[in-house]
Ligand binder design. Structure first.
Ligand code: AMP
Length: 282
């Protein structure tokens, strides 16, 4: 694996590959890697000649300074993991490399209602920062394909909208959610859970799975109310549990309204915010 910190060095390397007609798959991450991230690398490896992974904890997408400060940083272990799965290139730029003085990286895109609900409602500015960094990283790597996880369902939907608005030819590939054996969605933030809350957090995926079984008997609102109750244990504070159309991300009133219904939730477990989702109907 070759490690680059500078954009021009990365581009020199990748330009040669592209001239040789090699395909480039790109997996952006914020590090503190786990098997979920590695599944994206593996998928990218299956479909490309060269896989580039980036590790960059993007300050512009954090709406909470403590969350940014406490975001786990495990560079040495990440490098080991990426090497073990055969990653070709790792990009680890400094903040000044991604946002150099004098370069306007702001994006004038409108995500409309996609960005107003769920994460957009509870994390103001998050998606503007996320889109800004993904666009900037895509500009640095210029890949043929981009691999992102269903784990961040609203994020990938907004990136899809961004690529469409930019008339980009980059192929976006959505990879399934990797879970712990007990069902907890893998997340870099899981290491910050207390041992007790890490066990209790299985309740989130259990509630999503149970919600899926209620689709034929209850309305989306009934399922939502039931799920919010289920998740309201003393140690947790559910922020939302929404049942949305998987394309528009807007709440549905009846399951017959869409062929693609997704339940999305965000739950505070102590001071750690966890998100998860499940396709209820597709
Ligand atoms: P992050 O480092 O959290 O920004 O995540 C980088 C990428 O990995 C994003 O596309 C995420 O959706 C994806 N990802 C995070 N957790 C998982 C998981 N448990 N399973 C699959 N993909 C994931």
């Amino acid at each position: 694996m070759i490690l680059f910190k500078k954009e021009h060095q990365l581009q020199n390397y990748l330009t040669t590959l592209k001239l040789d007609k090699k395909s480039i798959g790109f997996v952006p991450t914020m590090g503190a890697l786990h098997a979920g991230h590695l599944s994206l690398i593996q998928k990218a490896k299956e479909e490309n000649d060269c896989v580039v992974c980036s590790i960059f904890v993007n300050p512009t997408q954090f709406n909470n300074a403590t969350d940014l400060e406490k975001y786990p940083r495990t560079a040495a272990k990440d490098i080991e993991l990426l090497t073990s799965v055969g990653t070709d290139v790792l990009l680890m730029p400094a903040v000044e490399e991604v946002y150099p003085k004098g370069l306007d990286t702001t994006l004038e895109l409108d995500f409309g209602k996609l960005a107003m609900v769920m994460e957009g409602q509870f994390r103001p500015g998050h998606f503007d920062g996320m889109a800004q960094v993904v666009n900037r990283l895509l500009d640095m790597v210029k890949p043929h394909s981009l691999y992102m996880g269903q784990k961040d369902f609203q994020q990938i939907t907004i990136v899809r909208s961004m690529l469409a608005q930019l008339e980009s030819e980059i192929k976006l590939v959505m990879c399934p959610i990797m879970r712990e054996e007990n069902g907890l969605a893998m997340s870099s933030r899981n290491v910050r859970l207390t041992p007790e809350n890490r066990i209790l957090a299985v309740k989130i995926s259990q509630t999503l799975s149970a919600a899926k079984k209620l689709v034929n008997d209850k309305t989306p609102n009934e399922v939502k109310e039931w799920a919010m109750q289920e998740l309201s244990i003393p140690e947790f504070r559910p922020e939302y549990f929404e049942i949305v159309d998987g394309i528009t991300l807007q709440s549905i009133d009846d399951f017959s309204e869409t062929n693609f219904a997704v339940a999305c939730t965000a739950v505070w477990a102590g001071d750690i915010r966890l998100i998860d989702n499940m396709v209820l109907k597709s």
